[in-house]
Write a new protein. Structure first.
Lengths: 288, 159
């Protein structure tokens, strides 16, 4: 059993050191405490209320007897349910999944799955760059997700999602997506491929990827809300993933950013082009 | 500490712990100006409502709640999504730090706040419970869940 507390203390200070105190200003706190609400904020609030009133007046004839929820649209609640229960194409459970399942004992035993229910939601990339997301039914009936990387040579344990969330059960229900990110190459200092696979929550309607070259592309969701992306082109390596909740109302379509991940900062990897051999000379400091 | 909060107590807390409040606010807002605004507004709100403090818990926890709520209002960006990263084991050095960074980004908001308050604000479970307005047992379960997640991630890079 790893004692993670010392590890957390060691790394957290490095990740977010104490800022300097140059902005400390107690007099400003006192002024705020004794001042009234800023006039600007009052004006904005009043304008917003007035606009809403006008909008209701204008829209009222068109609305007829529609339910309020139909008119304004209901923002969907986060949920991990799939209509078919366990999502994905049935597959035979890979060996790494079987051995991982056997290792779940004690409290983790609740994440053990029925190996006969294993399905593949999505995969992307080829060979060692291949990543995939699997789903399976836990012995308690929950849907559980696991990722495979390195062409199936390594993977995570299954982690179950719950609808509704189960009190006291640690879960990832609040996450908008599960994500597997893989970057690697043929040498220790070279990153010549990047692969992403993910599974989105039911309220997520759009997943967008900003690339290193500045281009933004949409990653289509498959029927099980899986998505994937893989490239060996360094200029098209992923930079930021944005996840949007979408819904519709009488007036228009709505979307709301519910997750954003700066991929390269998290990974700490810099894209490096393929080099050496048929690819040509390597940049300084990069081994083929 | 008495049964009420004096402005002098709040000022002493502000002067002693400003940087800690600012750091956590920064982690919530992702924005330096927003973080400073949150700390200033959080303390200003604490002064305004100091008579509602009955001394049921530590004064600092009571102020943390005010600052955390102010920081949530200032937040411009949503919480990060999950970075599960199978390639970490390929990349050797600093893998642990990457795992911890990814783990923080991946935590659900309540778990992440509990971690910030535990390790950046050095609050005990009772104080964290007061800030998050939950039972102490919930804090314990929340942090245990967070630790379990990190343990799994570490075991992936150091099986």
């Amino acid at each position: 059993m790893i004692d993670v507390e010392p590890l957390i203390r060691t790394h957290l200070d490095r990740l977010a050191p104490l800022p300097d105190a140059s902005t400390r200003d107690w007099a400003d706190v006192r002024r705020r405490a004794h001042g009234s609400r800023p006039a600007g904020r009052v004006l904005v609030l009043a304008a917003a209320i007035a606009l809403l009133a006008v909008a209701l007046l204008v829209a009222a004839p068109a609305l007829g007897f529609r339910q309020v929820a139909d008119v304004f649209g209901s923002e969907p609640s986060p949920t991990w349910t799939w209509p078919e229960g366990v999502p994905g194409e049935p597959i035979e459970a890979p060996a790494i999944v079987r051995s991982g399942n056997e290792q779940l004992h004690g409290k983790l035993a609740r994440d053990r799955v029925d190996l006969g229910s294993v399905r593949q939601i999505v995969s992307a990339g080829d060979g060692s760059a291949e990543n995939a997301f699997l789903a399976a039914r836990s012995l308690n009936g929950d849907v559980c997700l696991a990722k495979l990387g390195g062409g199936g040579h390594f993977g995570s344990l299954f982690e179950c999602v719950h609808d509704p969330p189960k009190p006291g059960v640690p879960s990832s229900d609040e996450q908008a997506v599960f994500l597997g990110v893989s970057g690697g190459g043929h040498g220790g200092s070279v990153v010549d491929y990047s692969t992403i696979v993910g599974v989105a929550r039911a309220d997520v309607g759009r997943v967008e990827l900003e690339l290193v070259n500045g281009e933004t592309i949409e990653l289509p969701l498959n029927r099980w809300r899986g998505f994937g992306y893989s490239t060996t082109d360094a200029s098209r390596f992923p930079k930021t993933l944005s996840v949007y909740r979408t819904w519709s109302s009488f007036f228009r379509s709505h979307e709301k950013l519910v997750g954003e991940l700066p991929l390269q900062q998290v990974k700490g990897l810099e894209p490096t082009p393929l080099c050496g051999g048929v690819y040509g000379p390597c940049p300084p400091g990069v081994k083929p | 500490m008495g049964q009420r909060a004096d402005v002098a107590d709040l000022e002493a807390l502000y002067r002693a712990r400003y940087r800690h409040f600012l750091r956590v606010a920064l982690l919530i807002t992702h924005d330096e100006d927003g973080a400073h605004e949150a700390v200033q507004e959080g303390f200003a709100a604490a002064i305004r409502s100091r008579r509602s403090y009955r001394g049921e818990g530590p004064l600092e926890a009571w102020v943390w709640r005010s600052v955390v709520n102010a920081a949530k209002k200032q937040r411009r960006r949503p919480a990060a999504v999950v970075p599960h990263d199978p390639s970490l084991s390929e990349n050797g050095d600093a893998a642990e730090e990457r795992v911890v960074r990814a783990w923080i980004a991946a935590l659900p908001e309540r778990q992440r706040l509990a971690v910030y308050l535990r390790y950046y604000a050095d609050l005990d479970y009772r104080a964290i419970a007061a800030v998050l307005e939950v039972e102490v047992g919930t804090v314990s379960a929340t942090l245990s869940a967070a630790h379990r997640t990190l343990r799994k991630e570490i075991q992936e890079v150091h099986p």
